[in-house]
Every structure is written in structure tokens, then in C-alpha cells.
Design a protein. Structure first.
Length: 401
């Protein structure tokens, strides 16, 4: 299969060798846990990256995609499509459905209640060989209640278990190929935020600036993601907003914040956030913003192999308290890959220890003197420190000139 030519329609696919690496490592984890088959389902590629990670095919636009991943056989994929569709796929020769032996479909949608069991019925057919086996759910937070209840009722002799840890342990540690894709995504985002800041002028709406970033990112290969931004008068702290809340007109003297949180080649996510003022940046704000950058650097210093996220969380908040700043109560640092947010999370409850090869976003944020001090960048953890990926200037920008 490693020699199979991929479809020219695919946008920056990962190599087949990389997929084999993932499958092999996951199946080893399944064997260690005595799991016969995994079931993953999602309907998006923002925080639903398990499907993309297993297949290199994204779930999009709310359409459910299910992957049945046996320990010793090719995958089955279940999607929206023609009623009764049951395709036999060459797992070693198909130019799109790599590693897939069967593709099932039905015209069902999560927005139509009476179709809620359609996908589960197809999954049941794919799981009959494991009717008395051990079935692992990959991410119960993304699997609909109706789907899970149906399978557990019909496969009552099987043992079901949460098995996201099996996949998480593999995907948190990026391969050499994945790290190159992560770096390429960060470069793409640098270009997108540079274009947006260059284009910004008073009289534009927030959404106009976000559209510039989106156009640039998608022209460079991004498929999905979020373009958060907000403009506010100085003295009114801004909270970056989704498109529905991006209708405000930008005025001279406003603060402006933009976050480009999109994927790039191979479906890999990073995220960049920058701030500025439409006009001159007041000295007091510029001085305080320097502490925000200092806080980010302090957090970087805690991100080292062997560190426990709970300890990083505690030390970072102690640093903020010691310097008279508000404690961080948000998720200010987390892993990324085929999910916009994936493990490890820097919070007290995270059991996954940090290791070299992890891709983390770090975005300290606090409000002081009427300004939202905030910055966001990605780093790769290395044996001797972190590699910062984004190259776009971190200084508060003077915009609209």
C-alpha cells in the first residue's frame, strides 16, 4: 500500500507510511488493553480530530462520520450517502480510503431525530464479529447518546470501554513528518495574520478583517478552523468573538485582537493570536503587555519533558500571583494536532506527562487597566527547551496606517 498513488484531489495528505505508523502504534495499544475494535465518531474537524487522525479524511459541516477500527482487520467507514450503500474497498489500493475495507452509507442527519439510529444500525453490521468482544469507544464526548445506547443494547454480550487514551497516547507525540506539517501550518497562519493586519483600516468591520485572514489561509491550503476577532474602544476589554459577533465597525483609536486558529497541511492545527491599536499604542498598555509576553516565556520554561501538567498549572499561577496579576482560570495551554484542542491540557486534572515531540499552544490572557493583555503561539517541546513556531512580530501593532 505504501506505493499507492494518492488522488490528485487530496489537499496535502499525510503519507501512507505515516498512516501505517499510527495504525501500528494504536493496534499495539489495543493489544495491551485487550481491546478488539475501536469505534470513533465525530461530525466536525475542530474538536473532532480522531476520524481525521485514523483515516486522513476530515469530518465536516455537522455530517457524522463513524470509523470502526479492528485490531487485526481493515477499517469500516460510515458516512452520509445513498441508502444501502455498501462498498468493498481495497485497503491497500484505494487512492482516498487508505486502510479501509468497507464503506457504508445512509441518508441520515443528526438534525433529523427519526434517523438517529441509522448510523448505529450500519455500525452494528460492522461490529457483528465482535458481538462478544471488547469494544473501545474513542471519545465518548463526541459520540451521540442514541448511537451509543443502540450499540450497547444490541451488542449486550460485548464489553464496552472508554479507549480514547489508546489513541491519545500515540497522537500526542508527533512524528517527524507530523512536526514538519505543524511547522508548515504555523507558517501559513503567520501569512494570514500578516495580511489581515496589513489590510485593516478604520471603517472596516471586524468580519472584513477576519475574511482577509481566511482568504489568505485557504489560498495556502487551510481547510477548516476559526477566525476570532474583536475591536473595542480602549478601556473596554475585548473578548475575541465568532463571526456572528463580528459586525462592529472599526474606529480610530480602537483596540483590535485577532486569533487565527485553523488547520493546515495534513489537517494539523496551530494557532496564533496578536493584538494592536488602530493608531498609536499608549505607553502604559505597551508596558503592561510586556509582562504578558514575560508570562508566556515563563510558561515556556515549564514545558519540558517529564513535567506534570498539574505542576505547570500550579507554578504558572504562582508566578502570576507573585507578580500581582490575576490567576489563570482558562485553558491557557494545550496540545494540538488533528484536533484544535487535544491532550495534554495544562490543567490540574491532566495525567499525561509532557514529552519531547508534543505540539502545544500557549496563550496567556488577563485584563488589566481596561485592556485585554493576550498573546498566542505554538511551541514544540524538545529535549533542550521549546521551539517557538510562529514568527510574526509579537509587539502590539499600530494598525490602520
Amino acid at each position: 500500500m505504501t506505493g499507492t498513488a494518492l488522488s490528485e484531489r487530496l489537499n496535502h495528505p499525510v503519507s501512507t507510511a505515516e498512516l501505517h505508523r499510527r495504525w501500528r502504534a494504536i493496534r499495539e495499544g489495543m493489544a495491551d488493553r485487550g481491546i478488539d475494535v475501536l469505534v470513533a465518531q465525530t461530525n466536525n474537524d475542530y474538536v473532532g480530530g480522531y476520524v481525521r487522525y485514523l483515516t486522513d479524511i476530515p469530518a465536516t459541516n455537522g455530517y457524522p462520520v463513524t470509523v470502526v477500527f479492528p485490531r487485526e482487520e481493515p477499517m469500516t467507514i460510515i458516512r452520509h450517502g445513498a441508502r444501502g450503500e455498501d462498498l468493498v474497498v481495497d485497503p491497500g489500493g484505494d487512492p482516498v480510503l487508505r486502510g479501509v475495507g468497507r464503506a457504508l452509507a445512509s441518508p441520515y442527519m443528526s438534525s433529523v431525530s427519526y434517523t438517529r439510529y441509522d448510523g448505529a444500525e450500519l455500525a452494528l453490521d460492522a461490529l457483528r464479529a465482535f458481538a462478544s468482544g471488547r469494544i473501545g469507544w474513542v471519545g465518548t464526548g463526541t459520540i451521540p447518546m442514541a448511537f451509543g445506547e443502540y450499540l450497547q443494547r444490541e451488542l449486550h454480550a460485548a464489553t464496552f470501554t472508554e479507549a480514547a487514551d489508546v489513541v491519545d497516547a500515540v497522537r500526542a507525540l508527533k512524528s517527524g513528518e507530523e512536526l514538519e506539517l505543524v511547522r508548515a501550518t504555523a507558517k501559513l497562519q503567520d501569512a494570514a495574520i500578516a495580511a489581515a493586519f496589513e489590510a485593516l483600516r478604520p471603517g472596516m468591520r471586524d468580519s472584513d478583517v477576519a475574511a482577509v485572514a481566511q482568504h489568505t489561509a485557504q489560498s495556502l491550503g487551510s481547510e477548516q478552523g476559526i477566525y476570532w476577532c474583536v475591536s473595542t474602544p480602549l478601556g473596554e476589554p475585548g473578548r475575541i468573538a465568532h463571526p456572528h459577533s463580528q459586525h462592529r465597525v472599526i474606529r480610530e483609536g480602537d483596540a483590535f485582537h485577532l486569533m487565527v486558529e485553523v488547520n493546515g497541511p495534513g489537517g494539523m492545527y496551530t494557532e496564533i493570536g496578536r493584538s494592536g491599536v488602530v493608531g498609536r499604542v499608549p505607553d502604559r498598555i505597551a508596558e503592561e503587555y510586556e509582562f504578558c509576553l514575560r508570562a508566556q516565556r515563563f510558561c515556556y520554561g515549564l514545558l519540558r519533558p517529564g513535567a506534570a501538567p498539574a505542576d505547570v498549572w500550579a507554578e504558572y499561577n504562582e508566578f502570576l500571583r507573585d507578580n500581582g496579576r490575576p490567576e489563570e482560570l482558562r485553558l491557557h495551554c494545550h496540545g494540538q494536532g488533528t484536533d484544535l484542542v487535544e491532550r495534554p491540557l495544562i490543567r490540574a486534572e491532566e495525567p499525561m506527562v509532557l514529552a519531547a515531540g508534543m505540539n502545544l499552544a500557549c496563550h496567556p490572557r488577563y485584563v488589566l487597566d481596561g485592556f485585554c493583555h493576550w498573546v498566542c503561539d505554538n511551541v514544540i517541546i524538545g529535549d533542550e527547551g521549546v521551539e517557538e513556531l510562529h514568527k510574526f512580530d509579537k509587539r502590539l501593532a499600530e494598525l490602520g496606517r
